[in-house]
Design a protein around this ligand. Structure first.
Ligand code: CUA
Length: 327
C-alpha cells in the first residue's frame, strides 16, 4: 500500500477546519456572538498561561533533578504549606476570573431588552420552528427575518419536548424548554443568511430541525414585513386546482394560510413560496422537492408528523404549484 492515504487523511481532518464556515462560532456577527468569542479568548489565554507555567515547571524539574552518575538522592521533602495553599488558591482565582464575565454574559444576553427591541416568539416543535412577531402581526416558520442593527428579544418556548435554539454565527445556544420561557437578547450586526440548528436531541429528525436566519437591511426588512402582512395572493390560473385540493384535503386541519385556512399544528404557509427552504431547512424549496415531500413526508423526513395524505403525483404537483405561488 502506498502512502497516498496520508495526505488524504490530513485533508479529511483539515476539511473540518474553516475559520468562517456557515456554522462557525469563530467569527461574530452579533453582540451576543462577540461576547462569547471574548469569553473564548479569555479562557484560551488563561489556558495558554497555565500550560506555559506547568510545562516550564515540568521541564525545569526534569532537567535539574535528572539522574546523573555518582549523584546521591536529593533532599526528600514531605508537605509544604505555602506551596499547597498557593496551588489551591491559584486555580480558585483563575476559575473566578473565568466565572465572573461568563455569568455576566449569560445574564446580559437573556436580560430585559430595550423598549425599542423587536420581540419574536420562537417555538420549537418536533421538528420545525415557528416564529411569531407579536408587534407586527406576522407569523412564519423555519426562516426568521431580522433587521440589521436593531436589538431583538427572542422568547423561546417549547410546546412538546426540549429543543435548543442555535445560530452559531449570531450567538450561543439556548434551550427551548416546555413549561418555561427562556430568552435571548441580541443585536444582529451584519446583513446576510445564517444557518441555525436545533442543538438538543429531540427525536428522530433532530438532525433535520434546521432553520435560516436572514438579517436584512432595515428597508428590506420593512418590505418583507409588508409582504408578510398582505393578504394571501389570489392564486394564478395554474394554481387554482392546487388550492382547491388544499382546501378540500386534511392540509387545512394543521396549516394556516391567512384567508384560506387556520390550522395551528403545522407551519404557517401564508408566504410559503417566498421561503428558500422546505421541511425546516432540510431541502431547497423547489417544485420537485415539494412534490416528493407532499407525496410522503415521513419517507423523506423520519418521524415527520405530517402524514402521507395519499396524494397522487398529479395532485401533489398541483398543490406544490399553489404553495409555491404564495409569495
Ligand atoms: Cu429539536 Cu433537536
Amino acid at each position: 500500500m502506498g502512502q497516498g492515504w496520508r495526505p488524504a487523511l490530513l485533508g479529511l481532518a483539515l476539511g473540518g477546519c474553516a475559520w468562517d464556515a456557515p456554522q462557525s462560532t469563530l467569527v461574530a456577527y452579533s453582540d451576543f456572538a462577540r461576547a462569547i468569542l471574548d469569553l473564548y479568548a479569555l479562557i484560551m489565554w488563561a489556558v495558554v498561561a497555565i500550560a506555559a507555567v506547568v510545562s516550564f515547571g515540568l521541564l525545569f524539574v526534569l532537567v535539574r533533578y535528572r539522574d546523573r552518575p555518582g549523584q546521591s538522592l536529593p533532599e526528600q521533602i514531605r508537605g509544604h504549606t505555602l506551596l499547597e495553599v498557593s496551588w489551591t488558591i491559584a486555580p480558585a482565582l483563575i476559575l473566578l476570573v473565568i466565572a465572573i464575565p461568563t455569568i455576566q454574559v449569560i445574564f446580559r444576553t437573556q436580560g430585559t431588552a430595550s423598549p425599542q427591541a423587536l420581540e419574536v416568539d420562537v417555538r420549537g416543535y418536533q421538528w420545525w420552528w415557528a416564529f411569531r412577531y407579536p408587534s407586527l402581526g406576522v407569523v412564519t416558520a423555519n426562516e426568521l427575518h431580522l433587521p440589521a442593527g436593531r436589538q431583538v428579544s427572542l422568547k423561546l418556548e417549547g410546546p412538546d419536548v426540549i429543543h435548543s435554539f442555535w445560530v452559531p454565527r449570531l450567538g450561543g445556544k439556548r434551550d427551548v424548554v416546555p413549561g418555561r420561557v427562556n430568552r435571548i437578547t441580541l443585536t444582529p450586526e451584519v446583513g446576510g443568511e445564517y444557518l441555525g440548528q436545533c442543538a438538543e436531541f429531540c427525536g428522530a429528525s433532530h438532525a433535520f430541525m434546521g432553520m435560516r436566519v436572514f438579517v436584512d437591511e432595515p428597508a428590506a426588512f420593512e418590505r418583507w414585513v409588508a409582504a408578510q402582512k398582505a393578504p394571501a395572493p389570489e392564486p394564478p390560473e395554474a394554481a387554482v386546482e392546487g388550492r382547491d385540493i388544499y382546501v378540500k384535503s386534511a392540509c387545512v386541519g394543521c396549516h394556516s394560510i391567512r384567508g384560506v385556512s387556520a390550522g395551528v399544528l403545522g407551519p404557517d404557509l401564508t408566504r410559503f413560496g417566498a421561503r428558500k427552504t422546505l421541511a425546516a431547512a432540510m431541502f431547497p424549496n423547489t417544485a420537485d422537492n415539494l412534490v416528493a415531500w407532499l407525496r410522503d413526508p415521513p419517507a423523506v423526513k423520519p418521524g415527520a408528523k405530517m402524514p402521507n395524505l395519499g396524494l397522487t403525483e398529479a395532485q401533489a404537483r398541483a398543490v406544490a404549484t399553489y404553495l409555491l405561488s404564495l409569495k
